[in-house]
Design a protein around this ligand. Structure first.
Ligand code: ADP
Ligand code: MG
Length: 641
C-alpha cells in the first residue's frame, strides 16, 4: 500500500488554490525551527535518548491539561479513555510509538505548536547558541528542545492527533525534519496524540523494549500518569512529597527535583514538610544550586507547583509564595483546595494567601535552623541567594523581622570573607552604644582605607560593611533591628563620644580660626565646617548634608542617569585638628602677617591647600564630579614644592 503521507508533487504545486482542509497540505517550518532542526539533526549530541523523556513529558502535560478541561467542560470527546501513556516498540519496522489520550490538537494547533517556535525551551536554546555558545550541541541536553529532539533519532515523525473537542476532526502531521511538514485528515487516533518515530538506521536500538524500559526508569519515574511499555506498567513510584521523609533516599529527592523542575543540577537545599493546621499541607521545596538571576539570566518566575491530592492544579501559580521566594522549586499539595481553584473568587484567593503565609513562615524557620545547625552551608546559600532575602527584608513588611535576622554582613570586627548577623552584632555592642552602624562601599579595602571608619575604630565601635548596591536601600527600609536603629556611619547626624584630647592638636581657639578661614575660602562649596570627632589619622572628611541623598545613593543615581545625581551638593566638611596637614594649613592661613620670625603665612597657598583638602575629601566620598579644576590646582601647588 502506498504511504498516504508522501505528498504528490502536483499537490504541492497547486496547494495554494485548495481550501479543502481534509486534503494533505504542505507547510514550511518557521525559519527559527529550521535552524533548530538543523542543529538537532546534525549535532553529535551523545545523549540522544532524552527525546524519550521529552515526548513522554509532552504526553504527561497533555493528560494534565485534559484533566483540567474535564473540570470545566461538559463535552469531552471519548471521555471514558484512560489517562495513561502507552509506548510500543517495533524492532522489525524500527519504530517507537508514544501515545496518550490527552488533550490532543486540532489542525490549527498542530501547525501552531509543531511548526512555530512558541515554547520557551527552544527559544532559550537558540538564544544561548546565539550568545557565544554557537554550535555547542551539548546545550541541547540542558535546554530540552522538546518535541524537536525526536529528529535526533528519526527518519520521519508522524503525529496523529485528535482534539478533545468532539467537533474537531482528526489529523496527522508528518515531517522528515528537512524544512517542511504536511498535515492531512486522519482518524487513526481517538482522543489525544500518537507519535510514531521512524528511527534512523543507526538509532534502531530505540525500537528495543529493554532499551526504552531502561530510559523510562531513569527519566520518567515521577510522571504521575501510568506509563505502559508494550502493555506492561513501568512507573509505580507515586507522588514523592506524600511519602514519609525517613523512607526517601537523597538520590530520590534529587531525581525528583530534576524531573519536576526540568533541572540538571543538584539542589542546594531542600525542605520536605507537612502540616495539619491551619491547612493540610505536604510540601517539598528545593533551592537550586545556582542563582541564575545573578548569572545574568532573566528574572526568575514563580515555579513551585500547586497540587491537590496529587492532582496538579497550577504548575506555576503566581501568588502561592512571595515575590522574593521566586527562586524556589518544588511542589505544594493541599487537600483543602478545590480542584477548580480560581484566582478570581475571594474565597479561593484567601485560601492561597493562607497557604502563602504558612509556607513562607515555615521556609524562613527552616533557613534559621540551617543558619544555626549548618552555618557553612547556610553561608554558601547566602552568598548565592542573599540578594533575595534582602529584597524581602526591604519590601515584605510581614516577614521583615524574620528576614532581617537572616541577613549577614562582613564588619570591621570580622575577618575578610567572614560574616556576622545583626543579632551577633548586638551581643558585641557596648552599654553606651545605641545604634547599629554600617558603611556602604565597593569592597572591604575601600571602606577600610576611607576616612569614615577611623572614628569608629578609635572607639572600638563595630561597623557593618555593605558591598552590594541594594544594601543602602535595604538598610533604609529595614530601619531598625531588635529596637536598635540602623545608622550609616557616614551620615552627618552621627554623634560620637569624646576621645581624650590628643597631644599636639591645634587649640580650640586656633581650630576655630582655621574653621572661619575655611568657610570664607570655600564659600558656597560647603554648608558647614566643623572639627570632627570621627577622624583620627585623616585630615578631613566630607559628609553629605542632604538627608535624603547619601553619597552612595547619589553615585547610583548618577550611574543610572537619574534626577538627583546632578543636584547641587550640600557638603559638611569635618576637619581633624590633630592632623599635621591641618596644623600646617593653620600656619599658612592664620599666622600673623609674615615677619622674619614667622615666615609661615602665605594666604595664596593656603587657599589652594584648602580647596585641595575639600576635593580630596570629596574623592574619598565618591562625590567629586569634575576632576579638571582639581588637577589644575594641584599643578599650581606642585609648582611651589
Ligand atoms: P513544550 O513542551 O516546552 O511546550 P515541545 O516542543 O515539547 O515544547 O512541544 C511543543 C508543543 O506541542 C507543546 O507546547 C504542546 O502544545 C504541543 N504538544 C506536543 N506534544 C503533545 C501531545 N502529546 N499532546 C498535545 N499537545 C502536544
Ligand atoms: Mg515538551
Amino acid at each position: 500500500m502506498a504511504d498516504p503521507f508522501i505528498l504528490h508533487p502536483s499537490f504541492i504545486l497547486f496547494n495554494h488554490t485548495m481550501s479543502d482542509t481534509t486534503a494533505p497540505q504542505k507547510f514550511e517550518f518557521q525559519a527559527e525551527i529550521k535552524q533548530l532542526l538543523d542543529i538537532v539533526i546534525h549535532s553529535l549530541y551523545t545523549e540522544k535518548e532524552i527525546f524519550v523523556r521529552e515526548l513522554v513529558s509532552n504526553a504527561s502535560d497533555a493528560l494534565e491539561k485534559l484533566r483540567h478541561t474535564q473540570l470545566t467542560e461538559k463535552e469531552i470527546f471519548d471521555d471514558r479513555l484512560e489517562l495513561e501513556i502507552n509506548l510500543t516498540t517495533d524492532d522489525k519496522a524500527r519504530t517507537l510509538t508514544i501515545q496518550d489520550f490527552g488533550i490532543g490538537m486540532t489542525r490549527e494547533e498542530l501547525v501552531e505548536n509543531l511548526g512555530t517556535i512558541a515554547h520557551s525551551g527552544s527559544k532559550q536554546f537558540l538564544k544561548a547558541l546565539g550568545e557565544g555558545g554557537a554550535k555547542n550541541a551539548s546545550l541541547i541536553g540542558q535546554f530540552g528542545v522538546g518535541f524537536y529532539s525526536a529528529f535526533m533519532v528519526a527518519k520521519s515523525v508522524k503525529v496523529y492527533a485528535h482534539s478533545w473537542r468532539a467537533d474537531a476532526p482528526g489529523h496527522v502531521w508528518s515531517s522528515d525534519g528537512s524544512g517542511s511538514y504536511a498535515v492531512e485528515a486522519s482518524d487513526a487516533q481517538r482522543r489525544g496524540c500518537k507519535i510514531v518515530v521512524e528511527l534512523k538506521d543507526d538509532c534502531s536500538e530505540f525500537s528495543q523494549d529493554w532499551k526504552i524500559k531502561e530510559i523510562l526508569e531513569r527519566y520518567s519515574a515521577f510522571v504521575s500518569f501510568p506509563i505502559n511499555l508494550n502493555g506492561k506498567r513501568i512507573n509505580t513510584v507515586q507522588a514523592l512529597w506524600l511519602r514519609s521523609k525517613n523512607e526517601i533516599k537523597d538520590e530520590e529527592y534529587t531525581e525528583f527535583y530534576k524531573f519536576q523542575s526540568h533541572a540538571h543540577d543538584e539542589p542546594r537545599l531542600r525542605l520536605h514538610f507537612s502540616a495539619d493546621a491551619p491547612l493540610a499541607i505536604n510540601a517539598l521545596l528545593f533551592v537550586p544550586k545556582d542563582n541564575t538571576e545573578k548569572l545574568g539570566f532573566s528574572r526568575l518566575e514563580a515555579s513551585v507547583s500547586l497540587y491537590c491530592r496529587k492532582v496538579l492544579i497550577d504548575a506555576a501559580p503566581k501568588d502561592l509564595l512571595p515575590e522574593w521566594l521566586r527562586f524556589l522549586k518544588g511542589v505544594v499539595d493541599s487537600e483543602d483546595l478545590p480542584l477548580n481553584i480560581s484566582r478570581e473568587t475571594m474565597q479561593d484567593r484567601a485560601l492561597i494567601e493562607k497557604l502563602n503565609r504558612v509556607i513562607t513562615k515555615r521556609f524562613l524557620k527552616f533557613l534559621e535552623e540551617e543558619a544555626k545547625n549548618r552555618p557553612d552551608a547556610y553561608n554558601e546559600f547566602y552568598a548565592e541567594y542573599g540578594i533575595f532575602l534582602k529584597e524581602g527584608a526591604a519590601m515584605d513588611f510581614t516577614h521583615k523581622e524574620q528576614l532581617t535576622k537572616l541577613l549577614r554582613f562582613e564588619s570591621s570586627l570580622t575577618e575578610k570573607g567572614k560574616t556576622t548577623s545583626l543579632a551577633d552584632y548586638i551581643t558585641r555592642m557596648g552599654g553606651e552604644q545605641k545604634e547599629i552602624y554600617y558603611l556602604v562601599g565597593p569592597n572591604r579595602a575601600a571602606i577600610e582605607s576611607g576616612p569614615y571608619l577611623e572614628g569608629f575604630k578609635a572607639r572600638t565601635l563595630e561597623v557593618l560593611f555593605c558591598y552590594e548596591s541594594v544594601d543602602e536601600y535595604v538598610m533604609n527600609n529595614v530601619r531598625e533591628f531588635d529596637g536598635k536603629k540602623l545608622t550609616a556611619a557616614d551620615h552627618a547626624d552621627v554623634k560620637l563620644s569624646d576621645l581624650p584630647k590628643a597631644e599636639g592638636a591645634l587649640s580650640e581657639d586656633d581650630t576655630q580660626k582655621l574653621i572661619t578661614f575655611l568657610k570664607e575660602t570655600l564659600g558656597e562649596r560647603v554648608a558647614e565646617v566643623k572639627a570632627s570627632d570621627r577622624l583620627v589619622d585623616s585630615p578631613a572628611l566630607a559628609l553629605n548634608a542632604d538627608k535624603f541623598m547619601s553619597p552612595h545613593m547619589r553615585r547610583m543615581m548618577k550611574a543610572m542617569n537619574k534626577d538627583g545625581g546632578d543636584s547641587p551638593l550640600r557638603i559638611n566638611l569635618e576637619i581633624n585638628p590633630r592632623s599635621a596637614v591641618m596644623k600646617r594649613l593653620f600656619g599658612l592661613a592664620c599666622a600673623p602677617t609674615t615677619t622674619e620670625a614667622t615666615p609661615a603665612g602665605n594666604p595664596e597657598k593656603a587657599r589652594l591647600v584648602a580647596g585641595q583638602i575639600l576635593d580630596n575629601a570629596l574623592i574619598s566620598a565618591g562625590l567629586l564630579d569634575d576632576p579638571n579644576a582639581m588637577v589644575a590646582r594641584l599643578y599650581k601647588l606642585l609648582e611651589s614644592v
